[in-house]
Design a protein around this ligand. Structure first.
Ligand code: CO
Length: 209
């Protein structure tokens, strides 16, 4: 436990200062969470969901994995989505990628890292779908940037085509799925102009092209 002493001390200070600002903060949170957002992002330590969108505990439900991939048979991600949508009734699902993503880079460069290669295979599929656009980029950096963006767009499509979201929309509920990307070197989020609020938009947006 000694190695974590600093972390425990940080935690005590954080809890103290939070209570100093709002004595009821943790008591209220312990009874109920009512987040409006589900965040699906990369596990990268430089992309902390709450911090970069300025939300407090209780305000965003979070799922993170390597390279923010949504796989239709991933029970972990699907369970998070189902709980967030059907039980917490989040109004927005945000798929957030980031430039310079190590997972995307590994998929693009074709290096082998062991078991994770099977996970990265999903990103290689994204590359295959957008190979023309990506190969047309003038530099390796630009190729990586475009694949990071295309990966977000394809994961938005994957979210929208899950039975969870399809059935939720079919029942007349409001839910919007957004695609955004984060720049590590500026700390800024950028919209990829992908916003899907119903099944009819899936055929007119470019995301299923
Ligand atoms: Co990443």
């Amino acid at each position: 436990m000694k190695e974590l002493e600093e972390l425990f001390e940080n935690n005590r200070q954080w809890a103290q200062s939070t209570v100093a600002g709002d004595p009821e903060f943790f008591k209220k949170l312990s009874r109920l969470q009512t987040p409006e957002y589900l965040w699906i992002g990369c596990s990268d330590s430089r992309v902390p969901a709450n911090q970069l969108i300025g939300l407090a505990p209780g305000e965003v439900f979070v799922h993170r994995n390597v390279a923010n991939v949504v796989v239709h048979t991933d029970m972990n991600c699907l369970s998070v989505m189902q709980y967030a949508v059907e039980v917490l009734n989040v109004k927005h699902i945000i798929v957030c990628g980031h430039y310079g993503c190590g997972g995307v880079k590994a998929a693009l460069e074709g290096d082998s890292f062991g078991l994770i290669d099977n996970w990265l295979r999903h990103i290689k599929d994204v590359y295959r779908m957008h190979q023309q656009d990506i190969d047309a980029q003038p530099t390796e950096q630009a190729k990586l940037d475009v694949l990071c963006e295309k990966n977000v767009i394809e994961q938005v499509a994957n979210v929208c085509t899950t039975s969870i979201v399809q059935n939720y929309w079919r029942a007349g509920n409001e839910l919007t799925v957004h695609g955004v990307i984060y720049a590590l070197d500026s700390g800024l989020l950028k919209s990829l102009d992908v916003e899907v609020s119903g099944p009819e938009q899936l055929c007119i947006t470019h995301i299923l092209k």
